[in-house]
Design a protein around this ligand. Structure first.
Ligand code: DCP
Ligand code: MG
Length: 376
């Protein structure tokens, strides 16, 4: 099965080889171990030590992030804190201080904005900038990225990494290449070679589940994906296959834009074999929920903006139905399980796709859609 993130802010678009990706200069900035870095800056005694930020081990908490020293022990975001403490007994585990990170995030975004008005923040610690028309540093995007990182450090004492490339996809991959406190440029002539060796796991939206499915199909790198015709990708990965076709070729025509406010966030999974019963559908929830929480933690900046939980089912005959709560509810497997039962009962036939997600309040909050709303 494949897990496909659906994000209204990032519509699936098909690039053609004539797409205007070559002439653009996109920078992706990503702060290094952001929450932990803020804590370490404010308490220098922590420097050089394994530090993580997250919930308590005795309360089933998870890590939001870990310092690079802690990562040497295998610690990662979303790992249960209890497991983290076992792997790294000397770990200094700090509680999450969300307001503090929000303040730093605003400062960093302001600095980035002083380099380009065309900026798209993705989360508290990440943003894209389009510097195609920037005259700074003779228009050399690599130098602009370096200057942004230097200014961030000068003003906040926090380090950032940067990726520079002709489009958003490659810039984001590149910012991870020289982490921490580094940067990497994928210049247009390098794109073809760079993308061919890229592991499928590096493609945004390829989580653990999808990566395993791809490996089963013999797909390990973008070069492998390039050998598949678009129809085959669509067949195996649904409508997302079209986007995969572009990404594995290093094509991405999405604009850097802060205008399209995110209205929902969800992941969906298409199954190789239809699920016959509601129990069979519910049995898939833990895995889908795991992908969903990973994506949520990264993308959503303020938990209180969740308006409703949503479950979508597509039946074997491609008819689909959506059920949502009519009020805020904390996302949990149990809550999605209930919604799923309601959605299944509407069709009572085999299911080919399950989607779970949240609807978000936009700044101009619109009324909840009455006809799909269910009070549970
Ligand atoms: N975060 C979270 N839960 C997750 C992932 C991230 O709460 N599952 C929070 C904590 C991170 C911040 O978002 O500090 C930024 O996420 P990143 O994925 O960019 O991770 P870091 O900045 O911590 O590390 P890196 O240096 O790899 O960017
Ligand atoms: Mg980061």
């Amino acid at each position: 099965m494949s897990s496909t993130p659906i994000d209204l802010k990032q519509p699936t678009e098909v690039a053609t080889s004539a797409a205007p990706t070559r002439g653009r200069k996109i920078i992706h900035i990503d702060m290094d171990c952001f929450y932990a870095a803020v804590e370490i800056r404010d308490n220098p005694e922590l420097r050089g030590k394994p530090v993580a930020v997250g919930g308590r081990a005795d309360q089933r908490g998870v890590l939001t992030t870990a310092s690079y020293e802690a990562r040497k022990f295998g610690l990662r975001s979303a790992m249960p804190s209890a497991r983290a403490v076992k792997l790294c007994p000397s770990l200094i585990l700090l509680p999450v201080n969300f307001e503090k990170y929000r303040v730093e995030s605003r400062r960093v975004q302001e600095i980035m904005r002083s380099f380009s008005e065309q900026i798209e923040p993705l989360s508290l610690d990440e943003a894209y900038l389009d510097v195609t028309d920037s005259p700074a540093f003779g228009g050399v995007a690599t130098e602009i990225a370096r200057a942004i990182r230097q200014k961030i450090f000068a003003e906040t004492k926090l380090t950032a990494s940067a990726g520079v490339a002709p489009n958003k996809f490659l810039a984001k991959v590149a910012s991870d290449w020289r982490k921490p406190n580094g940067q990497f440029t994928v210049a247009p002539p390098m794109v073809e070679k760079f993308v061919r060796q890229l592991k499928v796991e590096k493609i945004p939206g390829v989580g653990k589940v999808t990566a395993a499915k791809m490996h089963d199909l013999g797909l390990f790198t973008c070069a492998d994906l390039q050998t598949w015709p678009i129809e085959k990708l669509q067949h195996k990965f649904g409508s997302w296959g079209v986007r995969l076709y572009d990404l594995c070729r290093g094509l991405d025509i999405r604009e850097v834009s802060d205008e399209g406010e995110r209205k929902s966030l969800s992941v969906e999974t298409t199954f190789d074999k239809d699920l016959e019963t509601v129990a069979a559908c519910q049995a898939q929830l833990p895995e889908i929920f795991e992908d969903f929480t990973r994506r949520m933690a990264k993308a959503i900046q303020e938990p209180e903006i969740i308006k409703a939980l949503v479950v979508k089912l597509k039946f074997h005959d491609f008819k689909q139905t959506t059920v949502e709560t009519n009020q805020f509810k904390t996302p949990s497997i149990e809550a999605f399980r209930e919604l799923l039962a309601v959605a299944f009962a509407r069709g009572n036939k085999p299911v080919r796709l399950i989607g779970i997600g949240v609807r978000l309040a936009t700044k101009k909050t619109e009324p909840a859609s009455a006809q799909l709303t269910l009070d549970i």
